[in-house]
Design a protein around this ligand. Structure first.
Ligand SMILES: Cc1cc2nc3c(=O)[nH]c(=O)nc-3n(C[C@H](O)[C@H](O)[C@H](O)COP(=O)(O)OP(=O)(O)OC[C@H]3O[C@@H](n4cnc5c(N)ncnc54)[C@H](O)[C@@H]3O)c2cc1C
Length: 526
């Protein structure tokens, strides 16, 4: 068993853990991140991929006259603006059309969405507007006829790539990052406070980590880690499964989505443009931890029913991918009736043994969650943290203006380097939206055979696969095809066709045949 010593040990490398590590490195801490599966392989690669304040939460704030709730919506709207500026290659503006059956409904949503715009203040990304029947038909030509409504803007982003780039940026800033490395125990000092952890890799090799502070960022598994640290800790988390389908039919033009305002079970559903196809989700089913990552047949039928209802010309949609994720929900407080009505986004808890857990929240607010977590870390360290240093996300430049200008400049160079195929424009877009300003370095000095697009769905090429194997902590075909290149999340059959190519490149790079040869599996983060 080897020993490592750090200031901060982060358990879990989803959105929460990667953000904590990134922000901690910026503040000069020596950090290690241990992830049991793949980076973002838990809930964080299975979201609806919206950067949003949450129209639903805004409605709740009004219904309950809750100012704190309103502040949370505002915070999320500011974060939406942050990511759209900071990583424009990963995130873009999306206009969501919301059909309203009656005039009073339209007025209600128009007022509410006007406030949603106002709350964003200077981080606003476009004004909401009324949609006449004609405007609705223009925005979503395939939608059932005769509907008017309202439209508002939010952000759409690539969750798995943002997660990865946060983790890799932290690593580049000095953090140690180990995947397929599960925390299986804790060590304590004489007073019973945590002084370190023990991790185990897939071959059963153990490693000891001495850490001044340990952060638990394990999403739906938070209670297991809390109880490993303190068996008397009462559970704080609930899990609810949200399932998505991807269908081959392209129902939403680029940049426009549909928000189905009220389902039979009183929820909202999204139908969004997704790599030239349509992403439909999500359901909300209380479930056990083991059931969180695979959609049930009933959920699939439920989602298909809404597609047929809203897009009557599509009675037999072709499902090309399906996935589910577990929402890490905080249990409502059981002692305080008022606060139980509040949807608290996240909580940071410090157990008497010193374990800091960051729980709940959403992707959009991963940065304020990380900053709150570091306040608790600061208390445990008993010293103030340094001011954050400037550390742009990998793929971005120092300022949003420089990033945008750099992307434009790089676009021309990519056109020159890539082979002249009908997919060249799509390939330029794909490379930029995966690697930002680093796209050119991924394909530099490669032969045409290495650069030929391998799929018409997502035009990845062998040079890109080699790059992600070499630089992005990849172990399996699922890591490459689902989380690094997204193909399996869009079209599982197409990904299956490419599996042997990826497998042989993994083996060529020294990954064991047993690991590389695993079947594609979107239901596991192993
Ligand atoms: C269906 C769905 C749709 C959503 N859509 C949106 C959206 O559109 N916008 C938005 O803002 N939010 C959305 N969310 C919320 C958002 O996705 C989650 O809040 C966020 O991804 C949770 O990140 P996390 O890091 O806390 O958890 P996770 O991503 O699950 O990461 C936890 C990690 O901890 C690791 N781990 C567990 N145990 C151990 C251990 N013992 N040792 C080491 N590692 C361990 C796991 O392997 C996992 O990778 C959605 C959630 C769901 C479920």
């Amino acid at each position: 068993m080897t020993d490592q010593t750090v200031d901060l040990l982060v358990i879990g490398c989803g959105a929460s853990g990667a953000s904590v590590a990134y922000e901690a490195v910026r503040r000069g801490l020596r950090v290690a991140i241990l992830e049991a599966g793949d980076i973002g392989g838990g809930t964080s690669c299975r979201s609806t991929k919206l950067l949003h304040g949450g129209v639903r939460y805004l409605e709740l704030a009004f219904k309950t006259l809750d100012v704190a709730q309103l502040k949370l919506v505002r915070e999320a709207l500011l974060e939406r603006g942050h990511w759209l500026k900071e990583a424009p290659f990963l995130a873009r503006r999306l206009e969501l059309a919301l059909p309203t059956p009656a005039l009073w409904n339209q007025a209600y949503y128009r007022v509410g969405l006007g406030l949603y715009d106002a709350l964003a203040g200077s981080e606003g990304i476009g004004s909401s507007r009324l949609l006449s029947r004609e405007a609705m038909a223009m925005a979503l030509p395939e939608l059932k006829a005769g509907l008017s409504g309202v439209a508002y803007s939010d952000g759409q982003f690539d969750d798995a790539r943002l997660n990865l780039l946060l983790a890799l940026s932290a690593e580049q800033g000095g953090a140690q990052l180990q995947t397929r490395c599960r925390v299986v125990g804790f060590e304590r000092d004489q007073a019973g406070r945590l002084s370190g952890a023990v991790s185990e890799d897939r071959e059963g090799r153990q490693q000891r980590w001495t850490a001044a502070v340990i952060v638990n960022a394990t999403g739906i598994q938070s209670d297991a880690i809390r109880q490993l640290a303190d068996p008397t800790a009462s559970p704080r988390m609930l899990t609810s499964r949200g399932s998505h389908l991807v269908i081959a039919e392209d129902l939403c033009p680029e940049g426009v989505g549909l928000l189905v305002p009220s389902t039979a079970d009183g929820r909202v559903l999204f139908m969004l443009p997704f790599f030239g196809r349509t992403l439909v989700g999500t359901t909300d089913e209380a479930c056990s931890l083991d059931e969180a990552t695979a959609p049930s047949e009933a959920e699939e039928q439920y989602l298909l029913r809404y597609i047929r209802d809203w897009f009557p010309a599509v009675q037999n949609p072709t499902v090309t991918s399906r996935w589910a994720g577990g929402r890490p929900l905080l249990k409502p407080a059981d002692t305080d009736r008022d606060s139980s009505r509040v949807v608290r986004e996240h909580d940071v808890e410090t157990l008497p043994c010193g374990l800091v857990s960051v729980m709940g929240g959403k992707w959009t607010t991963c940065r304020p969650m990380a900053i709150d977590t570091l306040r608790a870390v600061e208390q445990q360290l008993n010293r103030p943290l340094a001011e954050p240093s400037a550390m742009p996300l990998l793929g971005s430049a120092s300022t949003p203006e420089q990033t945008r200008a750099g992307l434009l400049e790089q676009q021309v160079k990519l056109q020159d380097v890539l082979p002249d195929t009908p997919l060249r424009d799509a390939q330029v877009m794909h490379l930029q939206s995966s690697f930002g300003l680093r796209a050119l370095s991924v394909i530099a000095d490669q032969s045409n055979a290495e650069l030929e697009p391998l799929s018409g769905v997502i035009p990845l090429c062998r040079a890109e696969i080699r790059h992600v194997i070499d630089k992005e902590h990849v172990f399996s075909t699922t890591d490459v095809l689902a989380r690094r290149c997204r193909l399996a999340m869009v079209d599982q059959n197409d990904a299956e066709t490419l599996r042997p190519t990826v497998e042989s490149l993994l083996i060529e790079a020294g990954i064991s045949r047993a690991t590389a040869s695993r079947d594609l599996n979107l239901s596991m983060n192993d």
